[in-house]
Design a protein around this ligand. Sequence first.
Ligand code: TRP
Length: 365
Amino acid sequence: MKNIILTGDRPTGRLHLGHYVGSLAQRVKLQNSNEYDEIYVEIADSQAITDNASDVEKIRQNVIEVALDYLACGIDPKKTTIYLQSQIPELCELTFYYLNLVTLSRLQRNPTVKQEIKLRGFETSIPAGFLTYPVSQAADITAFNANIIPVGDDQLPMIEQTREIVRSFNSLYGETLVEPKAVLPENETCCRLPGIDGKAKMSKSLGNCIYLADSSEEIKRKVMSMYTDPNHIKVEDPGNTKDNPVFIYLDAFACDKHFSKYLPEYKNLDELKAHYERGGLGDMKVKKFLNDVLQEVLAPIREKREMYQKNIPEVYQILFEGSQKARKVASETLNSVRSAMGINYFEDKELIEKQSKKFLNNDKS
Ligand code: TRP
């Protein structure tokens, strides 16, 4: 069996550090390991429209932002097929057949969808397209025979739903679709980077993100304004490093070489944490260090982004070519789905022959 990776993002905003540690860095690593037969990254614009139908322009604007972020982080279109969901009509047809394999109540029970409905105030009037987007996500995944889906834990219910659809399809119509598996990021702090305000998650609506495209001044300003341990008032006070976003970010980004370069009094993060916990280490010093680390990590990403920003037609061309390539694969899957279901009438010589005989025999009797 081939090892095929597929993952994606809704283009509802620029990507931030949370996306970087939670998925982008891992995607680039998987891509560069050369251990996988095919890799697909979907910009899920159609899925984004399911809760933004009145503001498609926002999605349109963010498609290019997300594409720029991908390329800036090192997703390489020669190794990874980057495509636009809306440009693959085959996905809609797959979705339409898969919709018959799930019940409304199963969709209403999907924990991620449930939470999103609450968040958007959709309780009293859920757009049908929104409720059923997990089914269209099953189409995204199965269309490419993907078996490895690197995602954050919020996406586990989607992958489970896809697995159920695959199993019912295969048992009804014969082995056709590949059952995928979710792969979570290795490092636990990486799954969930808090916002700079200490809130559980970086989120655009909370305004607590550091974006991959932020200027070096913006990064510095945001780091210096970060929430830390509210009980660490005086430098001498012992501090908490566990629920402290500054230290959580350092966990995600700092390595020993950053210490020798920017903070040589400490060998590594353990030593820095120990000092903070026993007291005598001020927040300013730790924040300055975090700023140095983030500047070093983000500068090459920003420079690459700026390079692509100067050549936007080329970026659209990359998406166009990726989408064409993706469409070919999806249409092969659609063909096998149609023939498994027996709705490939015109290619089915046997069907035509059998029907001819049936009616000839009827005539005789
Ligand atoms: N639902 C995902 C998100 O909100 C995006 C997505 C769409 C996706 N299609 C996918 C993720 C297929 C993994 C595989 O982030």
